[in-house]
Design a protein around this ligand. Structure first.
Ligand code: SF4
Ligand code: MG
Length: 331
């Protein structure tokens, strides 16, 4: 399958109050293929959202992005803001955890979805209105004609989420980036939203980049998964391999700490400690302070992301063939 998005060496820095550059995303590489759903997982503060905002170029002036982002074969990091605006909401769209961040409270639903169509298509006013009603119906909104004239705050959270998805789907994007789209929702609505995103994906052949801390969501939605920790990819694998045979102690910890939904058993395990803040990443393996497997080399040398026999990738000395034998002499 051809790739829709190719990200290489993506690095994002912010300047802090002392005007010092702090790295938040540190050399991330991945591709998203046509029609595939790539999950990006990790605890909050690992750089997942900043990765997606960097790709969409929605970071604001303070964020500096380097590396390469090729979308449909075109390098986008150096596009002008005007050219970027032609892609955003059109060829690539994004949905967020909180719909109110993408919905304008003072515009009716019809007006704001209509504006996306106005910006990116040549449809006239009447055709736009028809299309908006069609989109609202498509995402399962009952009485779409009435909702057309409503303001966002008049809708329930679940309905707002549907509106946000309708808006993202307005121009049939090739890539949908969904950042924790169901985190704030109750279990039933969450399942409906995931079903809706899946349906949209399967009907249109678009690719999805799904950012989540929820491995249950990953299991249900994703083809491949990247696990991020402290700004880096620490493991990547197809979803079955990742869930059945995780390699990195961090991934294992994430899997162990999934609460058992079916049985109602509360979380049995939590990874000790916290994600280190950007600017405070330890030297060596960034997970070492929390890792029960840590060896002397782990505090000294950064492991690189290595290809495993089963096709997955893992950044951990446990999986480096000659780890520990050369100690600190290793380069
Ligand atoms: Fe743990 Fe060492 Fe692997 Fe890091 S490199 S995850 S500290 S075993
Ligand atoms: Mg986030």
């Amino acid at each position: 399958r051809p790739s829709v998005l190719e990200v290489n060496g993506l690095t994002t820095q912010f300047s802090n109050r002392q005007n010092r550059a702090v790295t938040v995303v540190d050399g991330v590489d991945f591709t998203v293929k046509k029609g595939e759903t790539l999950g990006i997982v990790g605890e909050s503060g690992c750089g997942k959202s900043v990765t997606s905002l960097s790709i969409m170029r929605l970071l604001g002036k303070n964020g500096k992005v380097s590396g390469s982002v090729r979308f449909e074969g075109q390098e986008t990091l150096h596009l002008s803001e005007a050219d970027m605006r032609k892609l955003r909401g059109n060829r690539m769209a994004m949905i967020f955890q909180e719909p109110m961040t993408s919905l304008n409270p003072v515009l009716t639903i019809g007006r704001q979805i209509g504006e996306v169509l106005h910006l990116h298509t040549s449809l006239g006013p009447e055709a736009r209105k028809q299309r908006v009603i069609e989109l609202l119906t498509l995402v399962g909104i009952p009485r779409a004609k009435d909702i057309y004239a409503e303001y966002p705050h008049r809708l329930s959270g679940g309905m707002r989420q549907r509106v946000m998805i309708a808006m993202a789907m307005a121009c049939q994007p090739q890539l949908l980036i969904a950042d924790e789209p169901t985190t704030a929702l109750d279990v039933t609505i969450q399942a409906q939203m995931l079903g809706l995103i899946r349906e949209m994906r399967d009907n249109t052949g678009m690719s999805v980049m799904l950012i989540t801390h929820d491995l249950g969501v990953v299991a249900e939605m994703c083809d491949r998964v990247l696990v991020m920790y402290a700004g880096q990819v620490i493991e990547s694998a197809d979803v079955r391999t990742l869930l059945r045979a995780p390699k990195h102690p961090y991934t294992m910890g994430l899997i162990r700490s999934v609460p058992h939904r079916a049985t109602g058993v509360k979380r049995l395990y939590a990874i000790p400690g916290n994600v280190p803040s950007p600017g405070e990443w330890p030297q060596g393996c960034r997970f070492a302070p929390r890792c029960s497997e840590a060896m002397p080399i782990c505090q000294q040398q950064s492991p690189s992301l290595l290809k495993m026999a089963d096709g997955s990738e893992c950044r951990c000395w446990l999986h480096a063939p000659d780890a520990g034998t050369e100690g600190s002499e290793r380069t």
